[in-house]
Design a protein around this ligand. Structure first.
Ligand SMILES: Cc1cc2nc3c(=O)[nH]c(=O)nc-3n(C[C@H](O)[C@H](O)[C@H](O)COP(=O)(O)O)c2cc1C
Ligand code: SF4
Length: 419
């Protein structure tokens, strides 16, 4: 059995509008348990679990929690990043719309452990259903005494509000998100200082992904040590994957780290529609690499993805069959980033336009061998010189295609042997 439902165990089994159904399936029990633990003990459990952020970058969650806990401030923000703008990702929406109390419970536990005073869920503007459901969920949690003043009789006060973005992809980046909540255009800031030191309104701020917060109650429940036994030694626990593209059973699946991409595509996704061959698979989302069919035995874990100078991303797997060519996919990807670039730094603002123009030459079969070299060097410049993660990761698909689909490039060159 490839699936392991740890975080999505209640999805589809409870009415997301009903706090009583959540409570009946162990809901808010882990908050009660955490409130009887020392604050440092909670962070230690997360550290033992070796939980890494599920929003893309894979940063160790316990380190962020320690960073926020040591800050001395009257106000400390806990922000849940539910922007989910990465093409091909829909797993946060799945969690928000099927088990919204779990993410709220995770946020409350983290707030208690770190001294958080205000919570914000920043939701992608297009997710209107998630937004109304979250508002309802927060009200219900408040009525039961899980949010507000003196939570469950403790000297602990914490509340959560919902904010929504206006459809900008870069607002998922932590500092752009902070700027957006502050009412400014969504553009990143130069780091350091990091958000845990100086974040929203200049106050210490912890930002984690929906899936990361949703994992916290499970860690408290089964202990960090047991959690760390799931997955691989360095990529612990499970991952929710958004499986889409030319695949029979599209959807969200939860698997332990360490399963192969082939297992997911064929074991869970049922393989490709109409028995067509796989041309390529894009991993992580638009910011991830594209790989050929012969690499599908690759394991899903943080290390394997780092080999692509990339991150596991938020867990998208987009299957593209033989009817499509590499350049059509690359052009769509790059034009997306061109559109979403905030314009703050030159490599990203100008570079995507030029990358798109170069790829168009391959589509029109007007490219030269020199264009392959230009594409490679421009992709590397954008990757290395951009200010934020958008430009640092947007050329990943091009860099991977130059490695794994080089013959496709040569095929498109007008006169490959003419210098
Ligand atoms: C352009 C860009 C978009 C991002 N979008 C999201 C997003 O939609 N959701 C998310 O959780 N993280 C997103 N991130 C990552 C966040 O900056 C941040 O690392 C993450 O929310 C931290 O949570 P985690 O440690 O739980 O993964 C994005 C990063 C970049 C550079
Ligand atoms: S990399 Fe792109 S999105 Fe990020 S700051 Fe530079 S221009 Fe803006």
């Amino acid at each position: 059995m490839i699936e392991r439902k740890l975080i999505s165990k209640r999805c589809g089994k409870i009415n997301p509008l009903s706090i009583d159904e959540y409570i009946a399936l162990n809901g808010y029990e882990n908050l009660k348990k955490a409130l009887h633990m020392e604050r440092t003990e909670i962070i230690e459990e997360v550290q033992k679990a070796y939980l890494r952020g599920r929003g893309g970058a894979g940063f160790p969650t316990a380190i962020k929690m320690m960073g926020l806990a040591k800050e001395v401030s009257k106000d400390k923000y806990i922000i849940c990043n539910a922007d989910e703008g990465e093409p091909g990702n829909f797993k946060d929406r799945y969690l928000l719309e099927n088990d919204p109390h779990q993410v709220i419970e995770g946020m409350i536990i983290v707030a208690y452990a770190t001294g958080g005073t205000h919570g914000i869920v920043y939701v992608r503007g297009e997710y209107q259903k998630s937004i109304s459901l979250l508002k309802w969920t927060i009200d219900e949690a408040r009525k039961k005494g899980f949010l507000g003043q003196s939570i469950l009789g403790k000297d602990f006060h914490f509340d959560i509000e919902v904010r929504s973005g206006a459809g900008s992809y870069v607002c998922g980046e932590e500092f752009a998100l902070i700027e957006s909540i502050e009412g400014h255009p969504g553009r990143t800031r130069v780091k350091p200082p990091f958000p845990t030191h100086q974040g929203l309104f200049g106050k210490p701020t912890l930002i984690n992904n929906v899936e990361t917060f949703s994992t916290i109650p499970t860690i408290i429940d089964i202990t960090g040590k047991e959690f760390a036994k799931i997955g691989t030694p360095s990529s612990t626990g499970t991952k929710l994957l958004s499986l889409s593209g030319n695949i029979k059973n599209k959807g969200v699946y939860e698997v332990p780290y360490g399963v192969t991409i082939r297992d997911v595509i064929f074991g869970l996704g049922g393989g490709v529609e109409d028995q067509r061959k796989i041309k390529m698979v894009q991993l992580g989302g638009a910011c991830g690499p594209i790989i050929p069919e012969y690499m599908l035995d690759m394991m899903i874990d943080f290390e394997r993805f780092e080999e692509f100078e990339s991150k596991t991303g938020a867990g998208a797997i987009i299957v593209i069959d033989e009817r499509f060519d590499v350049f059509t996919i690359l052009l769509k990807t790059i034009r997306f980033f061109q559109h979403e670039s905030c314009g703050k730094c030159t490599p990203c603002r100008e570079g995507h336009i030029q990358l798109g123009n170069l790829i168009e030459k391959f589509i029109e079969r007007k490219a030269t061998m020199q264009d392959i070299a230009s594409l490679e060097s421009l992709a590397r410049v954008i990757h290395q010189a951009s200010l934020c993660g958008l430009g640092q990761t947007s050329p990943t698909a091009i860099i991977a295609s130059l490695r794994y689909f080089r013959d496709d490039y040569i095929d498109r060159v007008e006169h490959p042997f003419k210098v």
